[in-house]
Ligand binder design. Sequence first.
Ligand code: NAD
Ligand SMILES: O=C(O)C(=O)C[C@@H](O)[C@H](O)[C@H](O)COP(=O)(O)O
Ligand code: ZN
Length: 358
Amino acid sequence: MDEMTRITVGGERPYDVLVGRDLLDELPPLLAGADQVAILYAPPLKAHADAVGRRLAAAGRRPLPIEVPDAEAGKDIGVADRCWEALGAAGFTRTDAVVGIGGGAVTDLAGFVAACWLRGVRWIPVSTSLLGMVDAAVGGKTGINTGAGKNLVGAFHPPAGVLCDLSLLSTLPAVDLVAGLAEVVKCGFIADPAILDLVEADPARAADPDGPVVRELVERAVRVKADVVAGDLREVGRREILNYGHTLAHAIEKVEGYRWRHGHAVAVGLVYAAELGRLAGRLDAATADRHRATLTALGLPTGYPADAWPGLLAAMRVDKKARGSRLRFVVLDGPARPSILDGPDDDLLRAAYAAVAR
Ligand SMILES: NC(=O)c1ccc[n+]([C@@H]2O[C@H](COP(=O)([O-])OP(=O)(O)OC[C@H]3O[C@@H](n4cnc5c(N)ncnc54)[C@H](O)[C@@H]3O)[C@@H](O)[C@H]2O)c1
Ligand SMILES: O=C(O)C(=O)C[C@@H](O)[C@H](O)[C@H](O)COP(=O)(O)O
Ligand SMILES: [Zn+2]
């Protein structure tokens, strides 16, 4: 096994994010004391879920595999309910645990199922997508989508540990790997500009799942997220910076019926947020332009239909950062200087949309 990196996420319930290759043997010790372990997985990850189940069984735990629909279709209250029924039928107690193996959608669902069962049991995400490793599996935000909007139902429920097994990325479709880079680029703009230098130096290497650049990007992005959530698990303050680009992104996902990749929506949302910062007089034009250039170099989308604006504005009104009728956006005052733009008027919001309108 390559050397494993351990990144501790501090806070009231500290845990470690393990980054490396062939890490599945690290899972059973993290679940010491559990009799049963539910393993939530979507069909594309069945083989990996079976491998997890075999390791847990060998370590004396009873695996309970639960197949759920793939991607955003799994982040649904009916699916969560089906999982709770399975836990009930199996007699799951407070010492039992939940593992979610998959991309961010499955780990968001698994964490939510664990957060609600008996008001909170232990859970561990085994992240198999780049986006999951750098973002979704870390930080304890769990949840599902509703007709009203993205992630509107959920809980803060930190995991007992996180596995970022880079060897699992070899089967991730390239388009999903690149989508994950949007969140990595986000971390570059809000906190760690070295990430941007790395990506821009060789975008193809940044998207090579077996290369050293991906590993460095994962570790850097996880450190950014760990640092932020350690001090603000429940997003009462600084954690909002991780939502950079997400106000428009979540609106796009809702308007698209959750059929757009989250990372693609975030890429468009980042270009929009940069322009908003520029028009508000906060961000210099060169840094704003760098958003589009970097994301385009990676092959990420940066545009959305012009006539979609009214629907997007309506969808943005249910953003969790809103306060009453006042929308709030994360913008940049400069590289690695995120701040809040509180209550921008609709004219400014529409003007910034010109940067992405096609
Ligand atoms: N909780 C958080 O803090 C947080 C942060 C960021 C994103 N998210 C959520 O994460 C989700 C997006 O995550 P995502 O980009 O991983 O999408 P995803 O979970 O939908 O996965 C994308 C696709 O890749 C497949 N896949 C994943 N790993 C694979 C592998 N190793 N081999 C083959 N196929 C694989 C999945 O089955 C799916 O079809 C969104 O729902 C978003 O809201 C949550
Ligand atoms: O962890 C956070 O905090 C984030 O905002 C990270 C985002 O990348 C992620 O998409 C998150 O799920 C969005 O949170 P939400 O509270 O706006 O649903
Ligand atoms: Zn995100």
